[in-house]
Ligand binder design. Structure first.
Ligand SMILES: N[C@@H](Cc1ccccc1)C(=O)O
Length: 508
């Protein structure tokens, strides 16, 4: 049998009894691993070898991990300096110990944040103590770094480090895990027979050269086949961020549903953000705790006078016969204060009032996918700036069915068909509903939006005399449901999961 040289080499290096890895074959044949992989695939097609694949989890140290493997972990260095300074007997001034430890910049914070956790001592009001019984020599993290200093995508099974320590090192950014595919090759009976009968090397040409062409020799040679399945290096190109992809998709869907896009200022007067929404001026969401106020300029220059008057009257006395208003103070200066908008409903009030693009006649549908800003606490489902999918429909005689039907139609475009509604309260809608979706992997119900039918007290001053149903949906939460991300911070911000962002795609 005649085979190309690299295939012959692989067959001769492989065995019928033991599986040999591609790396081992590459070492034995002195061929690059890619060439061996290519030859292995061709031999598999010819049923001369059997190939098994397995994915190995591997570990390597990051640059920072490697640095600590040689210089010592910051908390260990701090402990040694503290002992040296006598902190084993009585508390010592922190500044002195840090100076003596040689730790600098971010390493100081790293040392401090791990010091007490690992039982090296305590830190209190600028003083440090060192526990004389602590044993840096049995620091599991430090020892693991030493063991891993030469690791380079080393299979995790071959290192003798407990899972908890590996996890901690990974959390500290000192270790990275990756996955690599290991292929192992065994000769088939057919190959053994062929090998015994003797193999000949067929000369194949891998590359066309000018010489081959000009000499006409190309007509006689045998060309190697292209192997389009060979492993190639991963190229990390640029990518549209998942939230940008999501926002583009949402806009397409809404435009497809007949909506027009709104835009407007990120910094706006409280008048447009709150007062026009019949939000009482003493509402908790209007305190300085929740909003990002602007210092300079602090107030908007202009508000439409007649509108201000009507909004003030609605707040003080209500509108029509059944409405009461708040009977609480209303101050125009308070309404003129500028802040980053806490919701994009400020765009809706601007548009509905006719000041943005002139009077809007029913039926009309508008939307925006824009940023809103809240002084929330950052956690798995909250960011301080996030995208809202704002929208409203203006028509005669709208009902809750219309609202629910619109959401069902919208979310179905993203494969979400199990939204749930919960009664809610907003000062500006009646009735009001919160929307929930089920997370695809955790199964948890997560809030994905807030909605309702605008109240008369809001619409009348704005000059709208038919029904308007409206909502604010969270773009990031929709992205969590469609991508399966469990933590919003994986998508956005300094803790974002790069691997996730490289591969995430909007598939709907
Ligand atoms: N502004 C509300 C969303 C909403 C808009 C319009 C009507 C009802 C609710 C929010 O941010 O939660």
């Amino acid at each position: 049998m005649q085979l190309p040289a690299q295939q012959v080499a692989v067959l001769e290096a492989a065995s019928a009894d033991d599986a040999t890895s591609v790396d081992a074959l590459a070492a034995a044949t002195d061929l690059p691993p890619e060439t061996v992989t290519g030859a292995v695939f061709e031999l598999e097609d010819e049923e001369l070898v059997a190939v098994t694949e397995r994915v190995d989890e591997t570990v390597s140290l990051t640059d920072e991990g490697r640095e600590y493997a040689t210089d010592g972990l910051p908390e260990v260095r701090l402990y040694e300096a503290a002992l040296e300074a006598g902190a084993g007997d009585e508390p010592v001034q922190m500044g002195r110990v840090i100076g003596a430890s040689g730790l600098e910049g971010p390493q100081v914070d790293i040392a401090l944040s791990n010091y007490a956790r690992k039982g090296y001592g305590s830190i209190d009001s600028g003083e440090i103590t060192a526990d004389p019984d602590a044993e840096p020599a049995s620091d599991a993290e430090a020892n693991a770094l030493t063991e891993l200093v030469d690791a380079d995508d080393t299979p995790v099974e071959s290192v003798d480090i407990d899972a908890e320590t590996l996890e901690e090192l990974e959390r500290r950014g000192l270790l990275k895990r990756s996955e690599s595919t290991v292929r192992e090759v065994t000769l088939t009976d057919a190959a053994v027979t062929e090998l015994m009968a003797g193999l000949e090397t067929a000369e194949t040409v891998g590359q066309v050269t000018p010489e081959l062409l000009t000499s006409g020799e190309w007509e006689d040679v045998e060309f190697a086949e292209y192997n389009v399945e060979a492993d190639a290096e991963t190229v990390e190109g640029g990518n549209v961020h998942i939230l940008r992809q999501m926002s583009e998709r949402v806009k397409d869907v809404l435009v497809g549903m007949g909506f027009q896009e709104m835009d407007g200022p990120h910094v706006d007067a409280d008048f447009w953000i709150n007062d026009c929404l019949f939000m009482p001026q003493d509402h908790p969401a209007r305190t300085h705790w929740d909003r990002f106020a602007l210092e300079q300029p602090s107030h908007i220059d202009e508000l439409p006078e007649d509108l201000v008057e009507r909004v003030e009257r609605a707040h003080r006395e209500g509108v029509g016969e059944d409405s009461e208003g708040y009977h609480s103070p209303w101050d125009e200066d308070f309404a003129r204060a500028l802040a980053l908008r806490g919701h994009t409903t400020s765009l809706s009030t601007r548009y509905l009032s006719g000041t943005q693009i002139g009077e809007i006649e029913p039926p009309a549908r508008f939307f925006s996918v824009e940023k809103a800003y809240r002084n929330d606490t950052l956690d798995a489902t909250h960011l301080l700036e996030f995208y809202q999918i704002e929208g409203w429909v203006m028509a005669e005689d709208l009902s809750v069915r219309d609202l629910m039907g619109t959401f069902e139609e919208f979310y179905a475009q993203f494969g979400i068909t199990d939204i749930q509604f919960k009664p809610h309260y907003n000062p500006y809608t009646e009735p009001s509903f919160e929307l929930f979706g089920t997370h695809p992997t955790t199964g948890e119900l997560i809030e994905i939006g807030n909605s309702g039918i605008f109240r008369e007290e809001m619409l009348e001053p704005l000059g709208v005399d038919c029904d308007v149903m409206a909502w604010g949906l969270a773009l990031e939460r929709l992205a969590m449901l469609t991508t399966g991300a469990e933590d919003i911070r994986d998508l956005h911000g300094t803790l974002a999961d790069l691997e996730f962002l490289r591969n995430a795609e909007v598939t709907y």
